[in-house]
Design a protein around this ligand. Structure first.
Ligand code: NAD
Ligand code: UDP
Length: 318
């Protein structure tokens, strides 16, 4: 697996920074590209001294010229708060970013992996979600800049494969959590942990009976690397996530228990187009990648709580 030159776009983010770390550990050279919109130098600071690591501040909506063997395309804000801040830029990042990275892959003959999302299923009417399900997405809603942007990126990847047989890989990532999540991105795991650690109210949107399936970061990145290592016949899309399904209320209760917090649960209005349920069918990932997640939610949450606890001690303002 080692000795390749690998480009990770979005490498300064939550998942990208951990992926860079794992690729370096495997002996590769890594070029990390990020415009630091939601990512941070703090996430990659510990890699800066490594001679096989290089950071480029660059926006993927503009062309990039580097020589690489593999490309992991992760650049894109992932949390609703951040991707809704500038919806036009979100669409551009998904679509122009994909066009630029696919063009680069074609020019240098690189394998390219797209980090797509369970959001391509929208508010799903098929449960659990299988890759064959086409989804239920509002094209003009609050989430559409991200959902439709990511759907179009999948279309572009598929079109390049159809037309040029470029070795593409598409993974559809379900909710993932872990250390280095952005503390202010409003995602449910980081919100609940920070609220619990500070004994603030835990904000449940709606009644809390909507479900999500939470995958620990390390399991997820392992699956991405396995997907990249597959032969050219495997293009995906392949779901990756943890099929354990929890209501948001169950998550809140677990976080309170694990932190020993005095926080109370309060209810807030449910945002528009918030999917009611989400759970991956991972049969394809099991068969094609020999992979399934091994970190139970309790264990992953305990590690994530320790990370945020430390962050609060170092920087109470974070
Ligand atoms: P993140 O926000 O921490 O990371 C995204 C990174 O992309 C950030 O470092 C950001 O600065 C960078 N970026 C954004 N726009 C860019 C641009 N135009 N040019 C260059 N860099 C840009 O989010 P994450 O959770 O690490 O997500 C990584 C990828 O995984 C994203 O593509 C996301 O859509 C996908 N994904 C994540 C989840 C999840 O639960 N974490 C779920 C589904 C899909
Ligand atoms: N959510 C919540 N309280 C929060 C943040 C989120 O109840 O403080 C809910 C949100 O409405 C959604 C679920 O938790 O139903 C997951 O939200 P997140 O933004 O983490 O991810 P996504 O909706 O994109 O899966």
């Amino acid at each position: 697996m080692g000795n390749k030159r690998i480009l990770v776009t979005g490498g300064g983010g939550f998942l990208g920074s951990y992926l860079c770390e794992k690729l370096l550990e495997a002996g590769n050279e890594v070029i990390c590209v990020d415009n630091l919109f939601t990512g941070s130098k703090r996430n990659i600071f510990h890699l800066m001294g490594n001679p096989r690591f290089e950071f480029l501040r660059h926006d993927v909506t503009f062309p990039l010229y580097v020589e690489v063997d593999e490309i992991y395309n992760l650049a894109c804000p992932a949390s609703p708060i951040h991707y809704q801040k500038n919806p036009v830029q979100t669409v551009k990042t998904c679509v122009h970013g994909a066009i630029n990275m696919l063009g680069l892959a074609k020019r240098v003959g690189a394998k390219i992996l797209q980090s797509s999302t369970s959001e391509v299923y929208g508010d799903p009417s098929v449960h659990p979600q299988v890759e064959e399900y086409w989804g239920n997405v509002n094209p003009v809603g609050l989430r559409s800049c991200y959902d439709e942007g990511k759907r179009c990126a999948e279309t572009l990847f598929h079109a390049y494969w159809l037309q040029t047989k470029l070795p593409i890989k598409i993974v559809r990532i379900f909710n993932t959590y872990g250390p280095r999540m952005h503390p202010n991105d409003g995602r449910v795991v980081s919100n609940f942990i920070l609220q619990a650690l500070q004994n603030q109210d835990i904000t449940i949107y709606g009644e809390g009976n909507q479900t999500r399936s939470f995958c620990y970061r390390d399991d997820l990145v392992d699956a991405m690397m396995r997907m990249m290592a597959t032969g050219s016949d495997v293009t995906g899309p392949v779901n990756i996530g943890n099929p354990g399904e929890f209501t948001i209320l169950q998550l809140a209760e677990m976080v309170i228990e694990l932190t020993g917090s005095k926080s109370k649960i309060v209810k807030r209005p449910l945002p528009a187009d918030d999917p009611r349920q989400r759970k991956p069918d991972i049969s394809k990932a099991k068969a094609l990648l020999g992979w399934e997640p091994s970190t139970p939610l309790r264990e992953g949450l305990t590690k994530t709580i320790a990370y945020f606890d430390q962050l609060l001690k170092e920087d109470p303002e974070y």
